[in-house]
Design a protein. Structure first.
Length: 187
């Protein structure tokens, strides 16, 4: 009888460990953000980057308690900053995606640095409208010094993609750089 009890205990411990691991993999990355936004026909729903084989859902985020743009709740999803322009509107629409997750698994923007000028980024809205953007520039900057124009340029219909890059800063729990891909709407 003790042998069977030991097997049962090992089996239960394994199930508990698996359940805890699945929770960790699916747990939100950031809970400091507001994600409520009124869905309108021009709200972004999907973002695709054909050359990188990216096809991901888009969620709406606001600011964290610290005043920064919220981040996606999943390493495979994309966050659109709802306080800025919507993709296709005049101004700077900003979307963010993770480089990786806490386990080091690839995030949706893992290969963002491979984009080149002229590559296509596609946004599909809630209504099914397809908006096509073209990469025009890529810039890397320190994580604590975002460029002034990231959220504020209004000289066209712009879509700015942002992700982490560089070295991991253990004490700050972030990477030391940010990669921004600037795109413009294709008429």
């Amino acid at each position: 009888m003790p042998r069977y009890s030991l097997l049962i205990l090992i089996g239960l411990a394994t199930l508990i460990a698996l359940a805890a691991g699945m929770y960790y993999l699916n747990a939100p990355i950031s809970t400091e953000q507001s994600v409520e936004v009124a869905l309108t026909p021009d709200t972004p729903a999907r973002l695709m980057i054909p050359v990188l084989d990216v096809d991901a859902s888009v969620e709406s985020v606001g600011r964290t308690r610290a005043g920064n743009m919220g981040s996606p709740t999943s390493s495979t999803g994309i966050a659109w900053f709802k306080e800025g322009a919507r993709p296709g509107e005049r101004g700077s629409a900003v979307v963010a995606g993770h480089l990786d997750n806490a386990l080091g698994r690839s995030g949706v923007f893992k290969n963002l640095e491979k984009l080149q000028a002229g590559d296509e980024v596609i946004v599909e809205t809630v209504s099914g409208e397809t908006l096509r953007f073209r990469v025009v520039e890529m810039v890397t900057y320190p994580h604590n010094a975002p460029p002034d124009d990231l959220f504020t340029r209004a000289d066209g219909s712009l879509l700015n993609l942002i992700t982490c890059t560089g070295e991991w800063l253990q004490e700050e729990k972030t990477y030391d750089g940010r990669l921004v891909v600037y795109t413009e709407l294709v008429p």
